[in-house]
Design a protein around this ligand. Structure first.
Ligand code: FES
Ligand code: MG
Length: 583
């Protein structure tokens, strides 16, 4: 069998893609050269050199990427050292913190922007700077489609949070202390202390939320300098990693090491195993499907469920783990140490951006703390982090994180309490007279890709105040929304098809019994087919959410959660490839 590595060939300067812009003796190229010179560059700066686009998602409204303003200079330094010519190209940032209604509405916009920026400009290779949740899939989806040599530079997790000597985890402790505040067990002063201490440095969320999951997935696929995703953002190692990305991408261009050689079906499988072993965010499901499909790998919910059943969670990082955060994970050996523990489950022949195999990257990767990164013989959970459910409530699937929910919800039957919208739920949930018991199942619908719109992270529905006061902290919840990777609890998410397009969730009524069986992977409403038919005849499609602009386009082309929520026209098999632009 031919190893992909043997296919790598050495390019010469005249083969460079950018040479089409700059080398010919014609009027067009005269224009390109004179305009580069307008910026003060001499031919010595660019001629015959790989031009490296650095796609930077820095913004004053993205605290997770605040350091990218400086890191981009470190990447440039590396590019120059290796004999390339760096050009910074800003790309839309997707700040989980401030963008409304949800960054998920814009993931595909970033992917489109990246694909088109790469195609339209004279670049030979790219470094992608991202990390906050949707930026990892957005950047990589676009660059995978464009197909030029690429390296993903992950932002790195922020430092551990701290208040009054207590460690605080992004997201998870916000929800936890908010519930305590609503239950009246902490003071306003303490709440303010948590507010000031939970995010202490730049970098992405430092729990095993969507950001840490997605950067690890890109890393495990081979798209980052191996192990880069675990380095805390403020660590000097992160700066050195950035300049190493700059040096390496120049070599990748000469070697013509394109992402199709890296993101193979085996690499997608490796990334899925790693996600499961990390106790991944449920959002990983949607993004992993979308990224894989951009690489031409038709990955499905069933593939994820199968690997979930056989991969134990070995990263003891919150919220699936009990104590530790990403900073501890790095000190314990990071992703490389963890992949070392998973060796027998990974395809070690897969290639990384280094042009070496994964096996080479993790040979002798040490683990320094076996409580943080567990051996397979002593996992945090015996099964992986996600389970895919099906039944008459979710014929195309739904996901749950069994590791993050109370054991009594593994098999449960209870009456539904249904909310048609987030505002309706919000108005009712603090009513201390709400007719709800711990056996009830809270349901939120019309919160999916089209209904939300954009599938907001509403899936960890708040606990009803009446139950909180009785001391309850978890109950079963079902929605067609997503939830933050830092959330926890017995939440069934991504119900497909969603209610807004007439999925069976739309037919459920308050008081109907719902039955869940996680070991059997089923989720059903105990309502007869005849009754459901009757309700379907009465169902009316909700009004469209957008009648113009980007939202209108989104509504026309978004796929459901089980397909990865990509736009139909951006998928790999849609039409003839766009090809290179005429110059
Ligand atoms: Fe950016 Fe959590 S807000 S990663
Ligand atoms: Mg998040």
């Amino acid at each position: 069998m031919t190893q992909p590595y043997e296919r790598i060939r050495r390019k010469s300067p005249e083969d460079l893609r950018s040479a089409r812009w700059f080398a010919p003796d014609d009027l067009r190229s005269f224009g390109h050269r004179s305009r580069i010179m307008q910026m003060g560059y001499a031919p010595e700066d660019w001629a015959g050199k790989p031009i490296i686009g650095i796609l930077n998602t820095w913004s004053d409204l993205n605290p997770c990427h605040a350091h990218f303003k400086h890191r981009v200079e470190d990447v440039k330094r590396g590019v120059l050292q290796a004999g390339g010519f760096p050009v910074e190209m800003p790309a839309i940032t997707l700040s989980e913190n401030f963008m409304k209604p949800t960054t998920m509405l814009y993931r595909n916009l970033l992917a489109m922007e990246v694909e088109e920026q790469i195609r339209a400009h004279p670049v030979d290779g790219v470094v992608l700077l991202g990390g906050c949740d949707k930026t990892t899939p957005g950047l990589t989806m676009g660059a995978l489609t464009a197909g030029l040599p690429m390296i993903y530079l992950p932002a790195g997790p922020m430092l551990r949070g701290n208040y009054a000597g207590q460690q605080l985890g992004s997201g998870s402790d916000a929800w936890k202390y908010w519930d305590e505040r609503r239950a009246g067990t902490i003071t306003a002063q303490q709440w303010l202390g948590v507010e000031g201490g939970i995010a202490r440095s730049y970098g992405h969320c430092m729990t095993m939320g969507t950001a840490s999951t997605m950067t690890a997935i890109a890393d495990a696929m081979g798209l980052s300098i191996p192990g880069a995703s675990s380095i805390p953002a403020p660590d000097a190692n992160h700066i050195r990693m950035a300049s190493a990305c700059g040096r390496r991408i120049v070599e990748m261009v000469w070697e013509n090491l394109t992402p199709d050689l890296i993101v193979t079906p085996q690499a997608v499988r490796n990334a899925t195993v790693v996600a499961m072993a990390m106790g991944c965010s449920t959002n990983a499901v949607i993004h992993l499907l979308a990224m894989a499909r951009r690489a031409g790998v038709h990955w499905s919910l069933d593939d994820l469920d199968a690997l979930g059943r056989t991969t134990p969670v070995i990263a003891n990082v919150r919220p699936s783990g009990s104590t530790y955060l990403m900073e501890d994970f790095f000190y314990a050996g990071g992703l490389l140490g963890m992949m070392g523990q998973l060796k027998e489950k990974l395809d070690l022949d897969c290639l990384t951006v280094m042009g070496e195999t994964l096996g080479q990257a993790i040979a002798d990767a040490p683990v320094y703390n076996e409580d943080v990164i567990r051996p397979l013989s002593n996992p945090v959970y015996h099964e992986g982090s996600l389970a895919v459910l099906r039944g008459n409530l979710c014929p195309d699937g739904a996901v749950i994180k069994p590791a993050a929910c109370d054991a009594r919800f593994q098999r449960h039957t209870g009456p539904a309490l249904v909310f048609d919208s987030y505002p309706e739920m919000k108005a009712a949930i603090d009513d201390e007279n709400l007719d709800v018991t711990p056996d009830h199942i809270l349901v939120l619908r019309n919160a999916g890709p089209l209904g939300g719109p954009g599938m907001p992270e509403w899936g960890m529905l708040p606990m009803p105040k009446a139950l909180l006061k009785q001391g309850h902290r978890d109950m079963l919840r079902i929605s067609d929304a997503r939830m933050s990777g830092t959330s926890y609890g017995a939440c069934v998410l991504h119900v497909a098809p969603e209610a807004h397009i007439g999925g069976p969730l739309a037919l459920l009524r308050t008081g109907d019994l719902i039955s869940i069986d996680i070991p059997a992977r089923t989720l059903n409403m105990l309502v007869s087919d005849e009754e459901l038919e009757k309700r379907r005849a009465e169902w009316k499609q909700p009004e469209p959410k957008f009648e113009r602009g980007y939202g209108w386009m989104f509504s026309k082309h978004i796929s459901q959660a089980n397909e990865g929520c990509d736009f139909d026209y951006l998928t790999r098999d849609f039409g003839k490839a766009a090809g290179e632009p005429d110059i």
